[in-house]
Design a protein around this ligand. Structure first.
Ligand code: HEC
Length: 118
């Protein structure tokens, strides 16, 4: 192969790879943005837009990594689906109101996201 051709191929491949990676990342991001909006609309009144919860109604602090570590993702999804009988307020069940995919995005992007470094 001519050296010039080879470098053109390399540039093309790099561009194609990064375009592919961007397309791959874009789908979950759009999902996560929608999930964030749903959180603000349906969850933030009890959990706070910052996810820190409210002591008065005993909602957990989602930014606490230790709290996060104690709960598996499937436990959290199940809690959102079926609701939680809290110490003060009861969290309603969201199964039937939100799709399984919406609930998964809420937990994976938003609830988990509160404990990630920004
Ligand atoms: C009416 C208030 C209320 C609303 C609305 C609400 N929650 Fe909760 N949530 C609670 C309470 C109370 C708890 C449990 C606190 C406790 O353990 O005593 C809780 C617990 C949780 C937990 C932790 C479950 C576990 O296993 O400990 C998650 C995750 C959660 N909520 C997510 C959500 C999401 C996502 C939404 C919106 C779709 C939502 N919540 C809406 C009140 C609410």
């Amino acid at each position: 192969m001519h050296p010039l051709t080879r470098s053109a191929v390399t540039v093309f491949t790099a561009a194609a790879l990064s375009a592919g990676a961007a397309a791959f990342a874009a789908a979950p991001t759009a999902n996560c943005q929608r999930a964030r909006q749903t959180f603000n609309d349906r969850c933030a009144m009890c959990h706070g837009e910052n996810g820190k919860g409210y002591a008065a109604i005993h909602t957990p602090n989602f930014t606490d990594r230790q709290w996060q570590a104690k709960h598996t993702t499937s436990q959290l999804i199940s809690a959102v689906e079926h609701g939680v009988k809290g110490k003060g307020v009861t969290m309603p069940a969201f199964k039937g109101q939100l799709s399984k995919a919406q609930i998964e995005s809420l937990v994976k992007c938003v609830v988990r996201g509160f404990a990630k470094k920004h």
